[in-house]
Ligand binder design. Structure first.
Ligand SMILES: C[S@@+](CC[C@H](N)C(=O)[O-])C[C@H]1O[C@@H](n2cnc3c(N)ncnc32)[C@H](O)[C@@H]1O
Length: 366
């Protein structure tokens, strides 16, 4: 019987590719921007894996290094943690040149210990990007993440977490509860879920007929009380199959949600389109369609109060927060542009004096 480790890393599954696409697409603009600011950047992948799958595809630690070497070669340090000794060994071999240059450190240990150290030490001045991608939920207890979410406002902190939906279901023991079969064992599973989610709120949701997406919405609300911009994307094989994970990014910076709206939307739509068209005449076609979205006009006008003058970017981000992943950034920009035309209800102040609407233009109701 193969171990979970062997099974998982034997080949990259469609949902793993979707996770990679989100991580890879985000890291490039994220690191490019941070490199520009000139600060030291610490990248931590606390559940790293061996770095290479048996089918040759690369895992997250290798992706981190490839992007960091391109975007911020002299500014980053990466720490990769593995509790599995064989994965630690394989990753250390793969990244040997970068380890020798002191850009990368591989650690054979537990993610929990790493999080405790990160939370407690003087790494507080470094920009931090933390990736948590466990098999289940163990190691992602809220109390372990909280000190990182609480880092000072003056430093950049971003945390990307994959929350496993089947594990939420299993730990909730909702069938046992519904049929009055709660035991000591169900209580300890429930206690772990409470620790991971940072409260017992999930009981009111899952034991009363709510779904995992409702629990995730509440979990995101908790994260938002530490880091205000939280983006969450369901990861699944197709619309017909259950959600495997929610991939959740939390950040103090609005650019995170601005970028993730397009990145998560594209990764999700692309995978759903692939699943739908696989084996048909439409296989390999683009998921993108030029669609009409007249409803955006109403959302935009309703979002603005008389006298308010947000920049186009601020306005778009506020709208993205209300309708995450539903519309693309360019659909929002086009709709704002349409509404600023001569007979439209909006106008703009051309702050940069470019003669054109751009992200800095101030938008207001006529
Ligand atoms: C889902 S895999 C990570 C996959 C990786 N992100 C990738 O894209 O290639 C989870 C990894 O975390 C390791 N792991 C499990 N529990 C751990 C713990 N408590 N601390 C550190 N690593 C752990 C597992 O052995 C496994 O290699």
């Amino acid at each position: 019987m193969p171990t979970t480790e062997e099974e998982f890393f034997s080949e990259k599954r469609p949902w793993s590719r979707m996770k990679d696409r989100i991580l890879g697409s985000y890291l490039t603009p994220y690191l490019a921007k941070l490199a520009h600011l000139g600060r030291r950047i610490l990248l931590v992948d606390a559940f790293a894996g061996p770095g290479v799958f048996a089918d040759g595809s690369t895992g997250s630690p290798v992706m981190f290094c490839e992007v960091a070497e391109k975007q911020a070669p002299n500014q980053y340090r990466a720490i990769f943690v593995n509790s599995d000794a064989a994965s630690h060994q394989a990753l250390s071999t793969k990244l040997q040149p970068l380890i020798q240059q002191h850009r990368v450190a591989t650690v054979c240990g537990s993610a929990g210990d790493m999080l405790r150290n990160l939370g407690a030490t003087a790494l507080t001045k470094d920009t931090l990007f933390l990736y948590l991608d466990p098999f289940g939920l163990k190691g992602c207890e809220f109390s372990k993440i909280e000190p990182i979410l609480k880092r000072p406002q003056s430093v950049s902190t971003e945390v990307l977490i994959n929350i496993s939906v089947p594990t939420i279901d299993r730990l909730s023991t909702k069938n046992a509860i519904a049929t009055g079969r709660a035991t000591g064992q169900t209580s300890s599973l429930n206690a772990l879920l409470t620790e991971v989610l940072g409260g017992e709120y999930w009981k009111d949701i899952l034991w009363k007929g709510g779904g995992p997406e409702d629990v995730i919405a509440e979990y995101c609300a908790r994260l938002r009380s530490y880091l205000p911009y939280v983006a969450s994307c369901p990861v699944r094989e197709s619309e017909q199959t259950a959600i495997k994970y929610f991939m959740i990014l939390c950040s103090r910076h609005e650019d995170a949600i601005d970028l993730m709206n397009d990145i998560m939307r594209a990764a999700y739509q692309e995978r759903m389109h692939e699943a739908l068209t696989d084996g048909t005449l439409f296989a390999g076609t683009s998921w993108k369609v030029d669609r009409q979205v007249p409803e955006l006009d109403r959302f935009i006008v309703q979002k603005l109060s008389p006298g308010e003058r947000p920049s186009r970017k601020r306005l778009r981000i506020a709208l993205i927060q209300d309708h995450f992943m539903v519309y693309s950034n360019s659909e929002w920009n086009k709709a704002i542009g349409r509404l600023c035309k001569k007979n439209g209800p909006l106008d703009f102040d051309d702050v940069r004096k470019t003669g054109r609407l751009n992200d800095e233009s101030l938008i207001f109701l006529k």
